[in-house]
Design a binder for this molecule. Structure first.
Ligand SMILES: [Zn+2]
Length: 187
């Protein structure tokens, strides 16, 4: 994954991870209201015929753009993917407690589909293949395999951390400042 710029609304809510090229367009069209973090790129444009100066656009790692998305960050349900789930659970199997490479992990439904369990953040944990196989279509109680940690729904800020594998230190600091206390990303 290449370097991304964290785009925020004018109010400071995370909007998206965008490419450097996309960020330049925001600068060029005058949509950047404020910046945070450090400069991550410098783009040079053409030479001004009158002044002889070369136009430059400096891109920062965090930019606030105009536009007012009227959202409550606490109402959002981040989309569930295996990649984000494994990151939420720090690649640790909820049943044996061992740490695994993502290729050896599975999305485990606490209440199984066979018993009307749903595919939702609150009903899924990370499990290794062998524990998932062993538990099969049973609840943790039925299988006598107690959960070593509990599931939770990531916040908007946490979701932005889970989505990007190459977060810069200043971007991480900004997002971490908003994490709820129960987040496992603190560990
Ligand atoms: Zn396991």
């Amino acid at each position: 994954m290449s370097l991304k710029v964290l785009k925020l609304s004018a109010q400071g809510l995370p909007q998206s991870w965008i490419s450097l090229e996309h960020a330049v367009l925001h600068y060029a069209s005058g949509e950047v209201r404020w910046e945070a973090g450090a400069q991550v790129a410098l783009f040079r444009g053409g030479t001004n015929a009158i002044t002889g100066l070369v136009s430059e656009i400096r891109v920062n790692s965090i930019i606030g753009t105009k536009g007012v998305p009227n959202i409550n960050p606490f109402d959002l349900r981040p989309g569930l993917t295996n990649e984000k789930l494994f990151s939420r659970d720090r690649n640790i199997c909820a049943y044996c407690g061992d740490h695994f490479h993502e290729h050896d992990l599975t999305r485990e439904h606490i209440i199984p589909f066979a018993q009307n369990g749903r595919d939702h953040w609150m009903n899924v944990v990370t499990a290794c293949k062998s524990c998932n196989h062993k538990k099969a279509n049973r609840t943790p109680e039925q299988a006598r395999m107690p959960l070593l940690y509990t599931p939770y729904i990531p916040s908007l800020w946490e979701d932005f951390i889970l989505r990007n594998r190459r977060i810069l230190a200043d971007q991480m600091e900004f997002l971490m400042a908003h994490l709820p206390r129960h987040s496992r990303l603190y560990a």
